[in-house]
Design a protein around this ligand. Structure first.
Ligand SMILES: [Zn+2]
Length: 428
């Protein structure tokens, strides 16, 4: 399928928001999944048949960006509908502010059975604090990632546990589930049976080899997502999302968290519900919108202070400004002054508005791209469009003054935490 930049085709839920039979909802998320590696977002490799089926039966948001390309911070944005900086989560290893309401608390208070299946070490409840509001938060990982320390749970195991929890859930309540897959996160394991190419990896150059291995992780994950789909009861809304993407040597970078280019920030977002029209939309949205939209889908009122939008019911202006920033990604390895110094300022900040994207940093010249004509972000317009640069830069400055950083709570890491985070590339 071709990524369409055309106008909104169809959108908006219909019908009453008071349900005779409350729907279940599953938030299916895949760590480190860039949108353009899915068929429904234009990938030529046939590696995501199950997610593509979901897209065909749901509403696809073509222009979804994360607020920060880091795992725990991005999910903090989803679950609070606020900027990660406001709830104290600018990096992994910082716990979401205890006083910040999470959507899960409200969903549970509304009578839902809530459970999560985790797979990424940074999302362990004790580290990120996102276990608040869950009846069951399954984060007891036992698998090793290659020869590294046990840092994750693979998709097969995630889908198994999810199916067990679905089967054994209380019969007298609707459920809210967050099922999170982490396989596309580096280091990439090569799933030969899911490879999109027949060529030997050794015949590929470094960049193409990484793309093929990453694609095989996506295909492997998609297969197990398909198993979860088959286990979902009727009357279950599906919200499919990613926390951030992955740079596969674009702009000379492999990974995520250390720049704000599209491979790291453009994420898939798909919603399937009986009262949501099928189709595709290029409405500008962000991962921050997910939380408020979930509350809306369940007919639960939003929480005061939420800054995200209900993207199914609110009119989103086409010139909405979206803001992103990143703090480098790694968890400070040692407590004390090093943490304080490293937590001081973002490495990059960006504002995206009407296709224009400005990226600023303290140490480099600002770059300004026009994404509709320059998807690969190669032509810097900043020197040629000073007025536009000034306008966007002023927006960024205003954003910094308006949305102040909250209290940051550094979690005390155990030796086990350190080893696991190191294997994922998250420890300095
Ligand atoms: Zn992540």
């Amino acid at each position: 399928m071709i990524l369409r930049r055309a106008v909104l085709i169809c959108l908006l839920a219909v019908g009453a928001r008071v349900f005779a039979d409350p729907p279940n909802l599953v938030l299916l998320s895949v760590d480190t999944l860039r949108a353009d590696f899915l068929g429904c977002y234009g990938c030529d490799w046939d590696i995501s048949p199950n997610i593509d089926d979901l897209a065909d039966s749901g509403l696809v948001f073509e222009d979804a960006l994360c607020e920060i390309p880091l795992t725990a911070p991005s999910f903090s944005a989803m679950f609070t509908s606020r900027y990660p900086r406001m709830v104290g989560v600018t990096r992994n290893g910082l716990r979401v502010d205890d006083t910040a309401p999470l959507i899960t608390e409200h969903v549970r208070d509304a009578g839902y059975y809530t459970f999560a299946v985790q797979s990424n070490w940074t999302l362990k409840g004790k580290l990120c604090g996102l276990n608040r509001g869950f009846d069951v938060y399954e984060d007891d990982y036992e698998q090793r990632r290659w020869a590294f320390y046990k840092g994750e749970r693979n998709a097969e195991r995630v889908s198994q546990i999810a199916q067990e929890l679905l089967k054994n859930r209380p019969a007298d309540k609707p459920f809210f589930a967050w099922i999170h897959f982490s396989d596309p996160h580096a280091p990439y394991h090569y799933h030969r049976e899911f490879s999109p190419v027949k060529t030997s990896l050794y015949k590929l150059d470094r960049k193409e080899r990484s793309r093929v291995k990453y694609a095989s992780e996506v295909a492997y994950t998609d297969y197990h997502i398909g198993r979860v789909f088959k286990s979902l009861p009727e009357n279950t809304i599906v919200v499919f999302a990613a926390d951030h993407g992955e740079s596969l040597y674009e702009h000379g970078y492999l990974g995520h968290g250390r720049n704000l280019h599209q491979p790291s920030t453009h994420v898939p977002l798909i919603i399937r519900a009986v009262n949501v029209a099928l189709g595709r939309t290029n409405t500008p949205v962000g991962t921050m919108d997910v939380g408020k939209t979930i509350l809306g889908l369940l007919g639960i009122g939003s929480i005061p202070g939420m800054l995200g939008c209900n993207i199914l019911h609110e009119t989103i202006p086409h010139d909405r400004a979206r803001f992103m920033e990143t703090y480098g990604g790694a968890v400070p390895g040692l407590p004390g002054m090093k943490q304080l110094l490293e937590a001081t300022s973002p490495v990059y900040q960006s504002v995206v508005k009407e296709g224009f994207k400005l990226i600023c940093s303290e140490n480099q010249r600002p770059v300004l791209y026009y994404l509709p004509d320059d998807a690969d972000e190669r032509r810097n317009l900043a020197p040629h469009q000073p007025a536009l640069y000034e306008e966007l830069n002023a927006l960024l400055e205003l954003w910094n003054k308006t949305f102040l950083r909250g209290k940051e709570t550094v979690v005390e890491l155990t030796e086990e935490d350190r080893e696991a985070l190191k294997s994922l590339g998250y420890l300095d």
